[in-house]
Design a protein around this ligand. Structure first.
Ligand code: ADP
Ligand code: MG
Length: 291
């Protein structure tokens, strides 16, 4: 090995906002065959906003107030969107008791003595909530690439809330740069299939899977590695840490959770997906000199 070339390479990377942990990370990064992206916060801005409120025989505003009262205890990006929407309408939040979060599915708590739950279709099915009367609206909103969650009280559907999380401006360019280097691009997300499909199509990704439960993401990464393919996983969330660890190269977005940073061989100092092809480019150039 030529330490001078390594120092120069990692120095150039750091200047571009890319931290490469060690020579092992550099070696694996130069040989990447597949890049797998998380969606929320990685390919999208990660700051969803409420766009539609559909009340089912009840006042949508009261539904939003109840939902936001529960979401006040959640740290999920979707929860913050509920709070912003309630604040915008100056809705006084109620006290929520016994809050619980169901990872990748939703949240629940007791408000005014009644159980309020918010989450995706799978979660509502587990809670015994019938969404059939909302099916048409749900399909319409998902067709517009929105994340749709339902709100229910004491097992009865109150309505739907749709949220939009814009795709990052630089994401399509990042995907194109990877493909130009012969690298396969994929996305894993906990979000619904229509939303995943819409983002994948917009960005020209080679493939996507969604909805994937958080604990299944690392299993999927292992599957992509079969046949000796070198896989990089890019993510930011607490939920992404096991998938980053399962990849040959974990690439963490530096604004993300500390656990994601700890498991990553590469850390990006800015949430710019173009730094992913840039990392691989620098690793390739540096590795060529070391060898
Ligand atoms: P991603 O893989 O896109 O980061 P998550 O695994 O965090 O998504 O969440 C998957 C899905 O679970 C969300 O799209 C949503 O339907 C539901 N969900 C998770 N947390 C919440 C919450 N606090 N409120 C409502 N729905 C939620
Ligand atoms: Mg995420």
């Amino acid at each position: 090995a030529t330490p001078a070339a390594l120092v120069a390479g990692t120095g150039a990377a750091a200047k571009a906002g890319i931290l490469i942990r060690d020579i092992e990370a550099l070696e694996r990064a130069h040989a990447v065959d597949v890049v797998v992206f998380d969606k929320t916060g990685t390919l999208t801005e990660g700051h969803p906003a409420v766009t539609d409120i559909v009340g089912l025989g009840t006042d949508g505003v009261e539904m939003l107030r109840l939902a936001a009262s529960v979401q006040a205890a959640s740290e999920h990006p979707l929860a913050r969107a509920f709070l912003a929407a309630a604040e915008l309408r100056r809705l006084p939040l109620a006290r929520a008791e016994g809050f619980r979060s169901f990872t990748g599915r939703g949240v629940g708590a007791t408000v005014d003595g009644r159980r309020v739950v918010i989450g995706n279709e799978a979660f509502m099915a587990e809670e015994g909530v019938d969404l059939r009367l909302l099916a048409r609206e749900k399909t319409r909103l998902e067709g517009a690439a929105k994340t749709v969650v339902a709100v229910a009280r004491d097992g009865e559907a109150l309505g739907l809330v749709a949220l939009a999380d814009p795709v990052r401006a630089e994401a399509a360019e990042a995907v194109a740069a990877l493909k130009a280097r012969g690298i396969e691009t994929r996305m894993l997300t906990g979000d619904a299939e229509p939303v995943a499909r819409s983002v994948a199509t917009k960005l020209g990704l080679d493939g996507f899977e969604g909805p994937v439960r958080p604990e299944q993401k690392s299993v999927r990464v292992e599957a992509y590695r079969r046949g000796g393919r070198i896989v990089a996983m890019v993510g930011d969330g607490v939920n992404d840490a096991p998938a980053l660890a399962a990849a040959d190269v974990g690439i963490a977005i530096g604004t993300g959770a500390d656990v994601a940073l700890e498991t990553a061989g590469v850390t990006l100092m800015r949430p710019d997906p173009r730094l992913v092809p840039a990392s691989i480019e620098i690793a390739r150039a540096t590795w060529a000199k070391i060898r």
